[in-house]
Design a protein around this ligand. Structure first.
Ligand SMILES: [Zn+2]
Length: 229
């Protein structure tokens, strides 16, 4: 009843096509949801193209992304809205969606903590929220796994990233995180949560810090996977 009333007073629209959402639809309409270029990786979470990105860099248990991310496409519109649209609840709803889809294949079995990839403090202040935290919150609700925040701190670097050479940017990523609470992840199987994965460098750096806590297993999850090689 209440949902119907709200829908009449303030109709919600699909983040991708802009069409009106029905009462039961969230974030995107059924059509756009069906058209998402899903990776299917959750069904093969120990060996897929995302997981192979980490081989030889860090030990990884499982990894999956919901869809392939492409610039100037529906998926980039979705992630842009999530990051800059000022609607943090979009992240939580997508987190619930991905958790429901992945849980069926046992993706979350044995995972005992969710760690969203942190933003630098100033970045988060400017944006008002961290999209990865919102996604993790949605996963937590659906999968019943706690979010452990404040485990990693993101170190901010001065100067614009775009003005730096590729080598300098890589250097920055490698030292981008600091473990701030080892006891929160020690002896745990941690799922690192991010909105989009491209080269994996950010998650490698984050995982290396987590391993310092001792006896930590790491798996990764993202909404988008932008590696098109
Ligand atoms: Zn749509």
């Amino acid at each position: 009843m209440l949902a119907r009333l709200i829908d009449t007073l303030a109709p919600r629209s699909c983040t991708i096509c802009g069409g009106r959402l029905t009462v039961t639809e969230e974030v995107m309409c059924a059509c756009c949801n069906q058209s998402l270029p899903r990776t299917g990786y959750a069904r093969n979470a120990c060996d897929n193209r995302l997981v192979r990105l980490f081989w030889g860099r860090i030990p990884i248990e499982r990894g999956a992304s919901l869809f392939f991310y492409k610039a100037h496409s529906d998926t980039s519109r979705l992630l842009y809205q999530l990051k800059y649209g000022g609607h943090p609840e979009t992240g939580e709803l997508l987190g619930r969606l991905v958790a429901d889809e992945f849980a069926a294949g046992g993706f979350f079995d044995g995972i005992t903590a969710l760690v969203p990839v942190p933003l630098a403090r100033q970045r988060e202040r400017e944006r008002g929220y961290n999209q990865s935290v919102e996604i993790a919150r949605g996963i937590s609700t659906a999968a019943g796994i706690p979010v452990v925040g404040d485990v990693l701190e993101r170190i901010s670097f001065h100067g614009s990233q775009t003005q730096k050479s590729r080598w300098e940017r890589n250097e920055n990523v490698e030292k981008a995180f600091r473990l701030t609470d080892a006891s929160a992840v020690r002896n745990r199987h941690v799922l690192l949560v991010d909105d989009v994965i491209t080269t994996g460098a950010t998650l490698v750096a984050a995982a290396r810090e987590l391993f310092k806590a001792g006896n930590v297993k790491v798996s990764v999850l993202s909404l988008g996977f932008a590696n098109n090689e």
